[in-house]
Design a protein around this ligand. Sequence first.
Ligand SMILES: [Zn+2]
Length: 223
Amino acid sequence: MRSLRLVPALLTVGILLLGCSTAEKLVDRVADTGSGSGDRVLYLTFDDGPGGDTEKYLDVLRANNAKATFFLVGRNLESRHELAKKTLAEGHVLANHSWNHTILTNDGDEELSRELDDTAKELQAVGATGKCMRPPTGAIDPRVKKALDQRGMTSKLWHVDIGDWRNPGVDAIVDTLLSSAKPGAVILMHDGGGDRAQGAEALAKALPQLVAQGYTFAPLPGC
Ligand SMILES: [Zn+2]
């Protein structure tokens, strides 16, 4: 039953972070994550890598016995197979975040297929066999969902966008991480797509505090 109380709490956090205009979209996201167990588990997810800061995230996760899900952009993965294999070998899960980080709902059918399939092939090439996909910016509609369904892929969105991609400063990211932690929450951060050093530094500060609160960190269920 605890998961039922989680949703309003997360909605409140999300609405505060994102503004009321996006509240409706957030409801879809919450409904789509399919998580929310009552355990004190957090689902850390990192988008847009692999990138130049990914190693820093791996170091922090290893130091805190934390496992996470990395949603990779195919064009970034293409030149970083060894880093992706290392991420897998350390117990994390790799998943699909499109090839070019396009807004899938704007793609034509052929482009949409390429975004999904080329990235899936690249993931298979490094040994990742999961079927989870996160559409860039969370943009999904019935046509995109059908394309995912046809491939046996599942969309995985998030409860809380930490806003690390804005580079608001390490302390601000730490505060958001600590205040967003709720049992079963799916946390969105980024290890690629720009300079992500702040997020790694913030994670290094926040994770020991969350561990002290009894949290554990697991890959997204079903990925
Ligand atoms: Zn992204």
